[in-house]
Design a protein around this ligand. Structure first.
Ligand SMILES: Nc1ncnc2c1ncn2[C@@H]1O[C@H](COP(=O)(O)OP(=O)(O)OP(=O)(O)O)[C@@H](O)[C@H]1O
Ligand SMILES: [Mg+2]
Length: 370
């Protein structure tokens, strides 16, 4: 029997726990033609949620462009054109796209497995400075029907480009006149997304409404977990589902990963209980241990001590005598330096004055193993 839980990929259908309020709010932005930047922690469910929200607007077409590890302007032009090509596989549409992008010398091919069309562009042509304007204009033309939403995922990676400022300025220059096209910019590295949309020097400064994707409502997620276990012939109480969610701090992808491991370590017809959690965590640690050990190996004893204290106190407030006492260090300066290092390593982050782990399994591992 197949594991009823899925993680590490975009989820839809049965694998997607409804997030009605968030879906409604995002649809409101799309219908109003409002550009929005969607941010949230890793694996919180941003991509799945946005795709679901766009699909739910009647007749809306999605142009989805993933900018993960983008390498150059030519790469950007290529990804945008491919994203447009995937939005609709009808021949008249593809021909229009080819003509709008003619300057980039596009070619149309069909996948040998599933026959799906793909529009590729010539990389030398795509590298010419004018090409970015061409593909941005193409977005406006294909969205002239007022029924197309453009999603740029992992948008913060655009900052990796050596000419990022120029690219951002050019995109912004076009987008601001495209009143008919709702754009969504998704990203997870908070301070980079923040810089792009909130730094007065950035071309995208205050150019889109901010939307935060947080945890799924715990009641809804618990019911979802119960019904997925039922589907996989295991029993779990609603209280136990809540406990599972809490163990990984409500991070959607981690909840599904822990549930998948719990399903693996239990048998058909069995009731899943708290006593099964340690074995399930071990399944996850087996996969992750090397990375965790590497992360810890570069820390000083004080940094490790601070990390352990933060692990033991979810949503830790790290400033103040009580925290210093628990860490066993009177020197507040040294402790804040250690915290800064842990943030720089991407192990923890600060939100609303609280410090949290970027990876909730790493937190569990620190609690149990170090
Ligand atoms: N609505 C949902 N219901 C149930 N599980 C979900 C939901 N959304 C996301 N997940 C879980 O989280 C995982 C990651 O989802 P998704 O890729 O949408 O998140 P993300 O925030 O875009 O992640 P990343 O930071 O890696 O881009 C999924 O594989 C799934 O396990
Ligand atoms: Mg994503």
């Amino acid at each position: 029997m197949e594991n009823p839980f899925k993680y590490g990929c975009v989820v839809s259908g049965d694998h997607f726990c409804e997030r009605r309020k968030a879906e409604r709010e995002l649809r409101g932005f799309i219908k109003a033609g409002q550009n929005v930047f969607v941010q949230g922690e890793r694996r919180m469910g941003k991509t799945s949620l946005v795709r679901k929200a766009v699909e739910g607007v009647r007749g809306e077409r999605l142009v989805y462009v993933d900018l993960y590890c983008i390498g150059s302007q030519a790469d950007l032009c290529r990804r945008i054109t491919e994203g447009v090509g995937r939005a609709n596989s009808s021949m008249p549409f593809l021909k229009r796209v080819m003509s709008f992008a003619s300057r980039l010398r596009p070619t149309l091919s069909f996948d040998s497995q599933d026959g799906s069309p793909k529009i590729s562009v010539d990389s030398l042509a795509a590298d010419e400075p004018e090409s970015l304007g061409v593909v941005m204009d193409m977005l406006e033309k294909i969205a002239a029907d007022g029924k197309t939403c453009v999603v740029f995922d992992e948008f913060q990676d655009i900052e990796r480009l050596k000419d990022a400022e120029r690219v951002l300025a050019e995109m912004r220059g076009r987008i601001q006149f495209q009143e008919n096209v709702p754009y969504m910019f998704l990203g997870s590295v908070r301070h980079e997304m923040w810089r792009i949309f909130n730094d007065a020097k950035s071309p995208f400064f205050k150019s889109a409404a901010a939307y935060d994707v947080g945890e799924i409502d715990v009641g809804d997620f618990s019911s979802f977990v119960v019904s997925r276990f039922e589907k996989g012939r295991r029993r779990v109480s609603i209280g136990m589902a809540g406990k599972i969610i809490q163990t990984v701090c409500g991070v959607s992808g981690d909840v599904q990963e822990l549930c998948a491991a719990l399903w693996d370590v239990t048998n058909a017809g069995q009731e899943v209980t708290e006593a099964d959690i340690p074995a399930a965590l071990q399944v996850v640690f087996m996969r992750e241990r090397k990375g965790f050990e590497k992360s810890v190996s570069i820390l000083t004893p004080l940094q490790l001590r601070v990390l352990q204290e933060i692990a033991a106190t979810p949503k830790a407030k790290v400033f103040g005598g009580e925290f210093l006492r628990r860490v066993g260090m009177a020197n507040a300066g040294a402790v804040s330096k250690a915290i800064k290092r842990l943030e720089d390593h991407g192990l923890i982050y600060e939100m609303d004055g609280e410090h949290r782990f970027g990876d909730s399994f790493f937190r569990q591992w620190i609690l149990g193993s170090v």
